[in-house]
Unconditional design. Sequence first.
Length: 188
Amino acid sequence: MIDTASVHAGAAYAQARIHGIGAAPPDTPTPCADWPLRSLVDHLVAVVDRTARGLSGEKVAGLETDPALAPSAPWPAGDAFAEAAERLRRAAADPAAWNAVVDAPFPGTSGDVALSLALTDMLVHGWDIARATGQSEDMPEDVAGQVLEFSRLALPDDARAGFFDPEVQVGPEATNTRQLVAFLGRRP
């Protein structure tokens, strides 16, 4: 089950990948075909920031997560992500946040689903960043398993269109990391 510790682990995973970008140029291609590295990082910062603000009671309507519309963080965005992730950690530590109804990422989203979606973004886009920049792609396996279980329940085939490529088949021996990214349309 996704919990506060899972959110902390996912934030640490993504934060390490963003800090590991190093000298990679902002236009580096990523597994998200439409989003070069800078756009992907801007999206991830915006999602985490918007979720944290929504869970903290702020009005977030109009705060964009689309990288074409979201404000760009200073490159390479390590500090911006660290600040957003710390706000998300604080929000996740409040038991009331898990039962709240927020407008992040969509109006009327329950707090537990908002945190689970933010965690999914942190793990999967952290993996995308790792793949694009040659870093270790290995996620915390227990957390990857939790997010895989959530994703399978939350994303039936008819809800994937426009958000995810079709699932990539991997063998039953695949790690939770590989199964998660494959389920969300990446080629591990």
